[in-house]
Design a protein around this ligand. Structure first.
Ligand code: MN
Length: 228
């Protein structure tokens, strides 16, 4: 009797701990490669936790916030953040944090690839040279943005509406689209992105990360202004 009560209590508390987030509107996209694929630059355990726990939490929390707002749930994550005035004020910051986290991480996994890295190729190589002088000068400025971001956030290469490139940094999970800018390449500098392997050495993580940058994907994001 006592045992079965204990079992019942244990089952109940397990059910509570696993109390499911609503299914949708968003789902966690699978990693486009195995978690160990970016070794030794980004370790498998970091990838597993970063994707399976951190990104999943942004998706789950966004779904919870949208559970009572079916009209908002119909929008894409990007549309939703561009139309935040349609959301009740009480959930706006939560949407920026969690829908922003979902957008940023969905891009981040694709901005990296095994066997990638090295200098840029294709149209982005030319645009980087035009804007920053050289790939090395671009890397230095990007790295600087990553190092100067105090606390948690991101460093980005973005494209402005006029087609020009710019390096920016955003705090927390604010995506560049909130500033009207299109993300082309982003580096997550939250400690959860590097602490297991690099501890406090953000610069070492940022340096190693160049070895996995997926320039093909960056090129696919680049927008060519009409008429050019
Ligand atoms: Mn992250």
């Amino acid at each position: 009797m006592k045992n079965s009560l204990l079992l019942l209590a244990a089952t109940a508390s397990m059910a509570l701990a696993q109390s499911p987030a609503p299914v949708g509107p968003y789902t966690l996209p699978p990693l486009p490669y195995p978690p160990e694929a970016l070794e030794p630059h980004i370790d498998a355990e970091t990838m597993r936790i970063h994707h399976g726990k951190h990104h999943k939490a942004y998706v789950d929390n966004a779904n919870k916030l949208l559970a009572d707002h079916p009209e908002l749930a119909k929008l894409s994550p990007e549309e939703l953040l561009l139309n935040l005035d349609r959301a009740p004020e009480a959930i706006r910051q939560g949407l920026i944090n969690n829908v922003g986290g979902h957008i940023n991480h969905s891009l981040f996994w694709k901005m990296m690839a095994p066997g990638a890295g090295g200098p840029p190729t294709g149209p982005i190589a030319e645009k980087i040279n035009q804007r920053f002088g050289s790939f090395e000068a671009f890397q230095k400025a990007f790295q600087d943005a990553a190092m100067k971001r105090f606390g948690s956030g991101w460093a980005w290469l973005v494209q402005n509406p006029d087609g020009s490139l710019e390096i920016v940094s955003t705090p927390n999970q604010d995506p560049p689209l909130l500033q009207g800018k299109k993300a082309l390449l982003g580096l997550d500098v939250w400690e959860h992105a590097y602490y297991l392997k690099y501890q406090n050495r953000r610069a070492d993580y940022a340096t190693a990360w160049w070895n996995v940058v997926n320039w093909d994907f960056v090129n696919s994001l680049l927008e060519t202004p009409a008429g050019s």
